[in-house]
Design a binder for this molecule. Structure first.
Ligand SMILES: [Zn+2]
Length: 372
């Protein structure tokens, strides 16, 4: 090891994330009920870039990306398709993985599925109950989350609205505090159900991810990635439950909350019917151009997709390829590419240097970012 080597610590959100030994990275995965659209793809491509930059800097990175296959929306979609939820989810999962592979997203090390981690959620609920951090009400186990909104920097009104929007029922009169959320809840008729000490029921969504992440990595993570819309309530409660259970804080040392993808200013979502599917775009464009396009705007910002964006990305990528074919470049430029990527994954600066310098520098940037 060269002890005089430059600092190769990744900074995320302005803070250094030094790692000694394997980096534990958890990516909040999909609910497999629909085709992969650009909103999903952007999150998973940026998470992939974070893992690749860490690896390039010399870290061993272990990536766990879960599959939320116990979920209301998935149940409803499976029901409409006339399939059992688990086989429906498995088919959707296949297409999702195919799309991510096409986009150059490296295979993950661990891919837990929620329905195989029900006993871990039961253990989480039991641990929280034993510590007095949860209570039983009508077959549900509710986590005492009264301080979670404040810790997430949200006022009560905003927190209430977001909990309602994400199905956490803040107005449920059975709750001691509107900000308590279900670790376990009884299943309605026709929903998947598992036995538990409290009811034939199913895990709460936030508890699922807490249980899967702790099963994969123990009480804490180095980097937790996911779409920015999952910041609250999902990730705030996932972290709060894990911290309450283990006493280890913070649950994750850093977060990669990737900004939403919009189309004409409206968030890309199935419910708004404005989806752009990866599988459609790669019909007539190189997959690397789609990947390039997803990296054009910094990860923390929202990005508005326009139909011309992909043609522009394809042209920019072509210029980068041409630059890569030029003669040798300077080691200073290569170092500048590495420095930019370690500085909050500043892909835009790295690619700017790469295109200007060309040669080995461009090839280095393309290799790290998997834009070959
Ligand atoms: Zn999650």
């Amino acid at each position: 090891m060269d002890l005089n080597a430059p600092d190769r610590t990744l900074r995320i959100g302005g803070r250094p994330l030094p790692v000694v030994g394997p980096a534990r990275m958890y990516v909040c995965g999909i609910t497999p009920y629909d085709a992969t659209h650009l909103g999903h793809a952007r999150t998973f491509v940026w998470a992939d870039v974070a893992a690749r930059v860490l690896r390039h800097a010399g870290a061993e990175v272990r990536v766990c990306r879960n599959v939320t296959d116990v979920d209301d929306v998935l149940d409803q979609a499976a029901h409409r398709a006339g399939s059992p939820y688990d086989s429906f989810a498995a088919v959707q999962q296949f297409y999702f993985e195919r799309d991510l592979e096409v986009l150059g997203v490296h295979a993950v090390d661990l891919q837990p599925r929620a329905h195989t981690h029900v006993s871990e959620v039961v253990a989480l609920a039991q641990g929280l109950l034993a510590a007095g951090l949860a209570y039983v009400r009508d077959g549900a186990v509710l986590f005492r989350g009264g301080d979670v909104p404040q810790r997430a920097g949200l006022d009560a009104g905003r927190a209430h609205d977001l909990l309602a929007e994400y199905g956490d029922a803040p107005d449920d009169p059975g709750k001691e505090d509107p900000f308590d959320v279900a670790v376990w809840r009884p299943s309605r008729s026709g929903e998947p159900a598992w036995p538990s000490p409290w009811s034939a029921g199913r895990p709460g969504w936030h508890a699922e991810c807490a249980a899967m992440a702790m099963t994969a990595f123990g009480p804490a993570l180095d980097l937790h990635a996911g779409g920015a819309d999952l910041r609250f309530p999902h990730h705030a409660y996932e972290a709060a439950m894990a911290e309450a259970l283990t006493g280890v804080r913070p649950f994750s040392r850093a977060w990669l909350h990737v900004g939403m993808v919009c189309r004409d200013g409206v968030k890309m979502a199935k419910s708004t019917g404005n989806l752009v599917l990866v599988s459609d775009l790669v019909q007539d464009h190189p997959a690397a151009a789609v990947r390039f396009m997803l990296l054009t705007e910094p990860w923390a910002r929202e990005w508005d997709y326009t139909p011309g964006a992909l043609d522009r990305a394809a042209a920019d990528l072509e210029r980068l390829h041409l630059a890569a074919g030029r003669g040798n470049s300077s080691t200073a430029a290569e170092a500048a590419v590495e420095r930019a990527l370690l500085d909050d994954l500043d892909v835009r600066t790295a690619l700017g240097v790469a295109e200007e310098e060309g040669g080995r520098t461009a090839r280095l940037a393309m290799r790290i970012l998997a834009l070959g």
